[in-house]
Write a protein that binds this ligand. Structure first.
Ligand SMILES: *Cc1c(COP(=O)(O)O)cnc(C)c1O
Length: 417
């Protein structure tokens, strides 16, 4: 029998070769992550990430998934059966929230007061939905009256979508009144809790939220890559009775429910096994601390930071008690070269803080104190570094004022050792 000759491409025709055969080992520099996420990760979570893999249908792994569901219900403050972690970042949760319930032609009222409201609107449009924009100035919140007007004026509305913690402006959106409006007008209430979950109360059931999503890398202090997600029976019912097929296969929650549900466990896609270990451990840390203590810690460190920054002439952007504790959006005096100082914070001190986005570019800093990043030591470290840079630039005459202001806040705490 004659063997067919195999034609191999010549060596020269092989695609791009690397100049040397090995790439060096990579060790990331030490960083103090005080930006809009990712936040610092506890060593226990890093250890969980390096645990050996299990198969995605191994009964032991299925019990890891069950544990995550139980813990997520606790942080979301919900009894929703459908409570899972989506494989993907916070934006995947956002997309899943819209793509499963919005059909072509559906009206969705979207609160827009920053980057993430705009992103929701864009997702709705891509699903063929009609966006009814309820806008507010960046740094302010959406008023329930404005939502009500939109609901009254626009006939049947499928859903109202709003961002709880607007990471681009630091605004803390009250949800309760809007939740009540959604009930009255029979619209689904969709809430972006990417930055808020684990840092301020997210009370899904009490507030009447129908669909809620978050991200792993903000106040839960896990690496980015998972999106905690919960949906009540009302939303599941609407998803199941849709006229058209969900346009996303990967984020089809009807299919994904088949994998997360006890007794079903049908393969859909291979979940990021190691990330789920990490989330389980991060949620254990949340449970050990307790939600009330966690909320208090976030608020207290923010109060101290803001007290210090005010001494440097910075002013919180959101006014009137609407400022988030985990994302401190601070307006800078016009004479301060913000980009230059931010670059020096990173190169001299290894401190990473966030810049302003869109209309706030060059005008604000977004300082995140999320999860593991929210500690007294980190607040004092940042203030000390900023004082040094401000003195160097000639913008601060008296050293120590910011640190003292922060320390005064801490010394007022009742359970101070
Ligand atoms: C970070 C963030 C998102 C997007 O999350 P990714 O993990 O970056 O995809 C969505 N909404 C808000 C409010 C956020 O802060």
């Amino acid at each position: 029998m004659k063997r067919e000759s195999v034609i191999l491409p010549s060596q020269d025709a092989l695609p791009i070769k690397r100049p040397d055969m090995t790439i060096p080992e990579f060790t990331p520099p030490r960083r103090l992550l005080l930006g809009p996420g990712p936040s610092l990760v506890h060593p226990r979570v890093l250890r969980a990430l390096s645990s050996p893999l299990l198969g995605h249908l191994d009964p032991v792994f299925l019990s890891v998934m069950n544990d995550i569901q139980v813990s997520l219900r606790a942080v979301f403050q919900t009894a929703n059966r459908f409570t899972i972690a989506i494989s993907g970042t916070g934006s995947a949760g956002m997309e899943a929230s819209i793509v499963n319930v919005v059909e072509p032609g559906d009206c969705v009222v979207v609160g827009i007061n920053g980057v993430f409201g705009n992103r929701i609107a864009s997702v709705v449009e891509r699903c063929g939905g009609k966006v009814i924009r309820v806008e507010a100035a960046w740094g302010t919140c959406i008023e329930p009256d404005a939502i009500e007007q939109a609901l009254v004026r626009s006939g049947p509305v499928k859903a109202v979508a709003i961002v709880h913690a607007e990471t681009s402006t630091g605004a803390w959106q009250p949800l309760e009144d809007i939740g009540a409006l959604c009930r009255r007008h029979e619209a689904l209430f969709i809430v972006d809790a990417v930055t808020s979950l684990g840092g301020i109360p997210v009370e899904v059931d009490r507030v009447g939220i129908d669909v809620c999503y978050s991200g792993s890398q903000k106040c839960l202090s896990c690496p980015p890559g998972l999106s905690p997600f919960t949906m009540n029976d009302r939303a599941v019912g609407i998803m199941k009775s849709r006229r058209s097929q969900c346009p996303s296969w990967y984020l089809d929650m009807g299919l994904i429910d088949g994998y997360w549900s006890e007794g079903l466990r049908v393969y859909h896609h291979t979940p990021p096994v190691s990330m789920l270990y990490a989330l389980r451990e991060a949620l254990r840390l949340v449970e050990e601390e307790g939600l009330p203590a966690r909320y208090t810690r976030h608020q207290m460190n923010s109060d101290a930071l803001v007290a210090g920054l005010k001494e440097l002439g910075l002013v919180p952007l959101p006014a009137g008690g609407r400022a988030l504790p985990m994302l401190n959006c601070m307006t800078l005096p016009a004479h301060i070269p913000e980009a230059d100082i931010r670059a020096k914070l990173l190169s001299y001190y290894g401190i990473d803080i966030g810049a302003g986005l869109g209309p706030l570019k060059g005008k604000v800093w977004r300082i995140g104190l999320m999860g593991e990043s929210s500690t007294e030591a980190h607040v004092l470290t940042l203030l000390n570094a900023l004082e040094s840079l401000f003195i160097e630039g000639g913008w601060l005459a008296t050293p120590g004022v910011a640190l003292q202001a922060a320390s005064r806040m801490y010394s007022r705490l009742p359970d101070r050792r």
